[in-house]
Design a protein around this ligand. Structure first.
Ligand code: ADP
Ligand code: DP6
Ligand code: CO
Length: 319
């Protein structure tokens, strides 16, 4: 029996992943770009056991159904790589709201990839760990990486995340609703690809958008990166709304935050909004504008400030 504990943080995409090229290996249709946060860590312990079944405990509650199935499927892949078939107990604590559009699947599967690979005796380098985390949740490939990450589209070998330099930014995260979303990212992504007539345009435009965003990063051009970030988020929500039955993640409060950010820009501040698959809005800005942005957005929703954070890491198991 072996035990390993690991920690990982959520990441918020500046250029979004929304569509798969392959569901079995969880390969994305396009590359994406993100910032890993320094807040909201997930801590996961994996203990191999003699039991006949895997156990999954998330935030103190033993899980069955989809949450457990996703973890078991992931552990099956790890066991395949390790040439082992012993079961495990997975105990995980999220500090980020689960399934609310603040990337719990990213911190969750990044922490699980790190802890499970160690518990099963795999010695993976960062690239292999990112590829492994990707299988649990695509966005988790990026939470292995500190600060800013680009996750490449490509085949199983080539689809990993790696670090990228970006202009100095901080993120004001507005929690509009910490409850679980009605439609998971996975489900909504599938429906978008199958039914949204805008999907082909989303895919071709996002591939180009990523190139522009990486160019802006190389040039240290925050204004360009900011505009790209906000436009890409709104395009993603548009393609999602184009699904049948339609899916709408942004609420009137979310929209009021996008409007407030536009007003801040009109006043000369540098701030741009984005939102993942949920109602919560993340505003990026240069560090010198964070205090004002947090104060103004704080009038509309509860806010916390996040900075670029660490990649996944091993931890001492709790006693
Ligand atoms: P989010 O916006 O939070 O990433 P998703 O719909 O992408 O929402 O994924 C939420 C799902 O991710 C949960 O229902 C659960 O299956 C899985 N998940 C979240 N946190 C963890 C965790 N710590 N360990 C394992 N699985 C997790
Ligand atoms: C809107 O990574 O949660 O947050 O691979 O099916 O687990 P699965 O999906 P997931 O999707 C993330 C979607 C997003 C955009 C992003 O993080 O790039
Ligand atoms: Co997710």
């Amino acid at each position: 029996m072996t035990v390993a504990t690991a920690q990982a943080h959520p990441n918020i995409a500046l250029v979004k992943y929304w569509g798969k090229a392959d569901t079995a290996a969880n390969l994305p249709a396009t590359g994406s770009l993100s910032m890993t946060l320094d807040i909201f860590p997930t801590t996961t312990t994996v203990r191999t056991t003699d039991d006949h079944a895997d156990r999954v405990v998330l935030n103190g509650v033993e899980r069955d159904g989809t949450v457990r199935e996703r973890v078991v499927r992931f552990l099956d892949h790890v066991r395949g790589l390790a040439g082992r078939d012993d079961r495990a107990e997975v105990v995980s604590w999220n500090t980020v709201p689960s399934a609310a559009g603040l990337a719990s699947s990213a911190s969750g599967f990044a922490a699980l990839a790190q802890a499970a690979s160690e518990a099963y005796g795999l010695h993976l380098d960062t690239r292999a760990l990112s590829r492994l985390a990707r299988r649990g949740s695509g966005s988790a490939a990026r939470s292995i990486i500190p600060r800013f990450a680009v996750w490449h589209a490509g085949d199983d070998e080539r689809s990993f995340a790696e670090p990228v330099e970006a202009p100095a930014i901080e993120m004001v995260i507005a929690t509009v609703d910490a409850g679980e979303k009605a439609v998971s990212s996975r489900e909504a992504m599938k429906r978008t690809a199958l039914t949204s007539p805008f999907y082909p345009a989303w895919i071709t435009s996002t591939a180009q958008t990523l190139e522009s965003a990486l160019e802006a990063c190389r040039a240290g051009d925050l204004d360009r990166l900011g505009r790209i970030t906000e436009t890409n988020a709104l395009r993603m929500h548009a393609v999602i709304q184009g699904s049948d039955p339609s899916i709408r993640y942004l609420t009137p409060v979310s929209w009021s935050i996008f409007d407030a950010v536009a007003r801040l820009r009109a006043e000369g501040l540098r701030a741009w909004a984005t939102a993942d698959a949920g109602p919560n809005v993340c505003v990026i800005c240069p560090p010198e504008d964070t205090a004002v942005v947090a104060e103004r957005i704080g009038a509309l929703a509860e806010v916390v400030v996040a900075r670029p954070g660490p990649g996944s890491a091993s931890r001492e198991p709790a006693a």
